[in-house]
Design a protein around this ligand. Structure first.
Ligand code: MN
Length: 201
C-alpha cells in the first residue's frame, strides 16, 4: 500500500511564503487523495507494493484499464512527495556546488534560469507543474499538464513547483506570478544538489 510521507518540517514552517492552512490541506487532503485513489486502482496487483516512481518510469507496462488512474494519481503521489522535499524553511538564495555551476552553464545565469522556470509555470494553462530536469545528462526547464511526471518521459526531476491553484489560492488568490516569485525563498538547494548528483549516476 502507498502511504503519505511525513513532512520534514511543520505546516507553518514555510511562512510567510506558503501559509500553514495551504500546507495542511495540500498535504493531508490533496496528497492523501491521490494516494487513496492510487491504492484503490492498484489493489491486488503487483503495483500495490512497487515504488511509485518505478511505476511511472514504466507507465506503459501498466494495464490499460488502470493506466489513466495510475498516471493521474500515481503522478500526483510522486510529484507531491518530491515537492515537499525540494522546499525547506530557512532556504532559498542562490544554488552553489555542482548544480549551481550547471545552471549557470546551461542558462547563462541564475537570473535567466529563474526567468525561464517562472515562464514555464506561468505559461502552463490550467493545472500542472514547472520542472528543472536532467534529460540525457543535460539540464532542461519545461512544464507538464495535470499530474504528469517527468519520470514518464525518462527525465529526472531535480526541482519542481506545483502550479495547481490549490497550492497558492488561499494566500495569493489567482496571482500565480506572485506565488512563483515568493516560492524561490523556500527552495531547498541542498536537496536539489543531492538530486542532481543522483541523476548523474
Ligand atoms: Mn498539489
Amino acid at each position: 500500500m502507498h502511504t503519505l510521507p511525513k513532512l520534514l518540517y511543520d505546516y507553518n514552517a514555510l511562512e510567510p511564503y506558503i501559509d500553514e492552512q495551504t500546507m495542511t490541506i495540500h498535504h493531508t487532503k490533496h496528497h492523501q487523495a491521490y494516494i487513496d485513489k492510487l491504492n484503490g486502482a492498484v489493489k491486488g496487483t503487483k503495483l500495490e507494493t512497487m515504488n511509485v516512481d518505478e511505476i511511472l518510469k514504466n507507465i506503459n507496462d501498466v494495464p490499460e484499464n488502470i493506466k489513466m488512474v495510475v498516471r493521474n494519481h500515481g503522478g500526483g503521489h510522486s510529484n507531491h512527495s518530491f515537492f515537499w522535499q525540494v522546499m525547506a524553511p530557512d532556504a532559498g538564495g542562490e544554488p552553489h556546488g555542482n548544480v549551481g555551476d550547471a545552471i549557470k552553464h546551461t542558462f547563462s545565469s541564475f537570473d535567466k534560469f529563474k526567468e525561464e522556470f517562472m515562464n514555464a509555470g506561468l505559461n502552463r494553462f490550467g493545472s500542472g507543474w514547472a520542472w528543472l530536469v536532467v534529460n540525457n545528462g543535460k539540464l532542461e526547464v519545461y512544464s507538464t499538464a495535470n499530474q504528469d511526471s517527468p519520470l514518464m518521459e525518462n527525465k529526472t526531476p531535480i526541482l519542481g513547483v506545483d502550479v495547481w491553484e490549490h497550492s497558492y489560492y488561499l494566500l495569493y488568490n489567482q496571482r500565480r506570478a506572485d506565488y512563483l516569485k515568493a516560492w524561490w525563498n523556500v527552495v531547498n538547494w541542498k536537496k536539489v544538489e543531492e538530486m542532481f548528483k543522483k541523476a548523474g549516476k
